[in-house]
Ligand binder design. Structure first.
Ligand SMILES: NC(=O)c1ccc[n+]([C@@H]2O[C@H](COP(=O)([O-])OP(=O)(O)OC[C@H]3O[C@@H](n4cnc5c(N)ncnc54)[C@H](O)[C@@H]3O)[C@@H](O)[C@H]2O)c1
Length: 472
């Protein structure tokens, strides 16, 4: 049970005083010392800054405006449509997420972005071809007003594209300073009281962390020396965190998944999370694989292929960018199936992921999976999944939820200083975790983690589904 009270500063304060018998040992340990969590109210405007104003970003921003105008509903968004069950199943308490935790309202969102192309959001959304042109025309004045700032870009990191709207600087530190000036300018001109950066830029070439990424000191030296191991997305991340702005990463690039960014994030109370939106094929994979494991069905092979024809597909046609995406997509099965614990079932899996650029499909991706499983006495079976999805339609509600939850995290005493927001794993293909900790990929464990985090913040009992109390 929980009692709530308001602090003198009008922050919402929550006190957890007692946890019932149906809790995990983790929760018990946490609850043994009573503590107070404060969440500052979501007052004023929330500025959303988006590096990469392409298909995902424009579908998100146009969608928010369409919803604000009452033209459409926020389908797929947990923050807008989801509920959280509180207490016992018999209590009948399931408030909407928006009524349970203080999130920014859609009317409070203001936007800016950066891109290597000069198209404003209306032009970029029209080019992306995701949303119906008639809908975009109804939103034209608003979308046209969001113009891209000049980007920090390096063609070596995204080989398939090039554009004119790019900053010049004497070294990478200079570019970071220019981004920091953009951030300050947006804070001032938009009147936003809080900011969030949401990377929706192209997938950068695969790299591994080096000495330059290990500490703020080393990273700043590397910035001044324009070290080639510093990718543009890292410069945005550095600039944001230095300005105390949380950063969420929708692409599989390392970006904030580096010791330097964790250090900055914790120092400046600017939460970080990533990587790579979990939208189509991986969403299905993290639903099906837990089902096989739950029923102890074996897996011998999983062949996943995709065709897509948007700019993201074109970028991923380059082997360097594909490798980054491949790593992100491949990790999932290993962590869910735990072959070391179940060698007879998952000790010998052939897992392949392909992405093929196929222009006729545009943003309408086809994700095709052939899954070879085996059952009782080793008898083989097959499952085919053919997901004719819409990439950016699946991604846009994820962007919205991340923006609102990351902002919540920054206003919350419990979360603002911890760095990585693992409770947001639900939204990512390759969730960031504390160093040395393996990620949870199972979608339903991720959802439970997210909702239990919200319950924890508000001093409500964690739900474990033990349920013995119904049979007392
Ligand atoms: N749509 C999905 O389902 C999905 C799922 C997971 C991840 N993602 C990732 O989200 C990102 C965006 O996807 P999209 O479909 O919108 O791609 P997109 O190609 O339509 O948009 C990306 C935009 O980023 C811009 N860009 C590239 N480098 C930049 C830089 N350094 N600074 C500023 N702008 C830069 C490009 O010019 C382009 O306009 C990609 O990395 C993609 O892999 C998308």
């Amino acid at each position: 049970m929980a009692t709530k009270k308001k602090s003198a500063k009008s922050a919402v304060k929550t006190r957890r005083v007692e946890i019932k018998n149906d809790i995990t040992s983790d929760a018990k340990a946490q609850s043994s010392t009573e503590h107070t969590i404060s969440i500052a109210p979501a007052k004023g405007k929330l500025g959303v800054m988006i590096p990469g104003m392409g298909a995902v970003a424009t579908t998100f921003v146009a969608g928010v405006e369409a919803i604000r105008k009452g033209l459409a509903k926020p389908i797929g968004s947990l923050t807008q449509m989801g509920t959280v069950r509180l207490g016992k199943r018999t209590d009948g308490r399931s408030p909407k997420v928006t009524d349970f935790v203080p999130l920014a309202g859609l009317d409070d969102l203001v936007f800016t972005g950066w891109d290597i192309f000069q198209d404003n959001m209306y032009e970029a959304a029209s080019n992306a071809g995701v949303l119906d042109q008639r809908l975009l025309d109804q939103l034209k004045p608003f979308l046209s007003s969001v113009k891209p700032r000049a980007a920090v870009f390096d063609h070596n990191y995204v080989k398939k594209i090039d554009g004119p709207n790019v900053k010049k600087g004497k070294n990478k530190m200079d570019l970071a300073e220019q981004l920091r000036a953009d951030i300050r300018d947006f804070r001032k001109t938009s009147g936003a009281s809080r900011l969030v950066t949401m990377w929706c830029g192209s997938t950068e070439s695969y790299i591994e962390p080096t000495a330059a990424h290990q500490s703020v000191k080393a990273f700043e030296k590397a910035l001044r020396e324009s070290d080639e191991m510093i990718a543009p997305s890292m410069i945005y991340a550095y600039a944001s965190l230095m300005e105390g702005v949380p950063f969420a990463n929708g692409a599989p690039n390392l970006t904030v998944d580096l010791p330097v960014m964790l250090e900055l994030s914790r120092q400046n109370n600017a939460p970080i999370c990533g990587k790579d939106f979990k939208t189509g094929q991986t969403l299905m994979k993290t639903v099906l694989a837990p089902a096989f494991k739950a029923r102890l069905l074996g897996l011998s092979g999983w062949y996943s292929t995709n065709i897509l024809g948007n700019r993201d597909g074109e970028v991923l046609d380059d082997p360097g960018s594909f490798k980054t995406k491949e790593e992100s997509k491949l990790g999932v099965l290993e962590h869910i199936l735990q072959p070391a614990l179940y060698p007879d079932l998952y000790g010998n899996i052939f897992h392949k992921v392909r992405i093929n650029y196929y222009p006729p499909r545009g943003d309408n991706k086809e994700g095709w999976d052939n899954i070879d499983i085996f059952g009782w006495l080793g008898y083989p079976m097959q499952i085919k999944v053919d997901f004719l999805c819409r990439d950016s339609i699946l991604a846009a509600p994820i962007v919205l939820d991340l923006v609102l939850f990351v902002d919540l995290a920054q206003r919350c005493s419990e979360l603002q200083g911890i760095g990585i927001q693992e409770w947001l794993s639900f939204y990512f293909k390759s969730p960031m975790t504390a160093p040395g900790l393996y990620p949870e990929h199972d979608l339903f464990i991720q959802l439970m983690k997210l909702k239990n985090t919200l319950r924890h913040l508000k001093g409500e009992e964690l739900i474990t589904h033990l349920g013995l109390e119904y049979y007392d």
